[in-house]
Design a protein around this ligand. Structure first.
Ligand code: HEC
Length: 119
C-alpha cells in the first residue's frame, strides 16, 4: 500500500516538474528589449546571415540560457561572448533566451526516424 502511495506521489512530482520545464524560461518582450546589444552580430531576431555568428532564432530556450550562463561564469570560453555575458543578470539571460527561442527557426533538426530511413 505504501509503495502504491509513493509511486503515485512520485508520478505527481514528475508531472509537476515536467509542467514547469515546459513553461517559458523568461519574458519574451523583455528579452526583445534587452537584445538591442546583440543585434550588431546576431541580427534583429538571432538569424544573422554572417556565418561568423551562430543562429539563435528558434533554438531551445534552455540551451540558450545555459550557453549564456557558461559564457558568464567562464565554463565556455569565447572572448566576444564572455564580454557580452559578463554584465547580464540571471533574469536578463532568461529573457534573452525566451526571446530568441520564440523566433522562427532558420535551422532545423530532422525528426526522429527521418534520418537514415530506407528509401
Ligand atoms: C560582437 C559580436 C557579438 C555580439 C554583440 C553578441 N554576440 Fe553572441 N556570439 C558571437 C559569437 C562570435 C559567438 C560564437 C562564440 C563561440 O564560438 O562560442 C556567439 C555565440 C552566442 C551564443 C551561443 C550560441 C550557440 O549556439 O551555442 C549565444 C546564446 C549568444 N551568442 C547570445 C548573445 C546575446 C544574448 C547577445 C547580446 C547580449 C550577444 N550574443 C551578443 C558574437 C556576438
Amino acid at each position: 500500500m505504501m509503495r502504491v502511495v509513493s509511486l503515485a506521489l512520485g508520478a505527481g512530482v514528475l508531472a509537476a516538474s515536467l509542467t514547469v520545464a515546459a513553461q517559458p524560461i523568461g519574458n519574451v518582450e523583455a528579452g526583445r528589449e534587452k537584445s538591442q546589444a546583440c543585434i550588431a552580430c546576431h541580427g534583429a531576431v538571432g538569424a544573422s546571415d554572417n556565418v561568423a555568428f551562430p543562429m539563435l532564432a528558434g533554438q531551445h530556450a534552455d540551451y540558450l540560457y545555459h550557453a549564456l550562463k557558461a559564457y558568464k561564469n567562464g565554463d565556455r570560453q569565447n572572448a566576444i561572448m564572455n564580454g557580452q555575458a559578463a554584465g547580464l543578470s540571471d533574469e536578463d539571460m532568461r529573457d534573452l533566451a525566451a526571446f530568441y527561442a520564440a523566433q522562427t527557426p532558420v535551422l532545423s533538426t530532422p525528426q526522429r526516424g527521418s534520418v537514415n530511413s530506407a528509401e
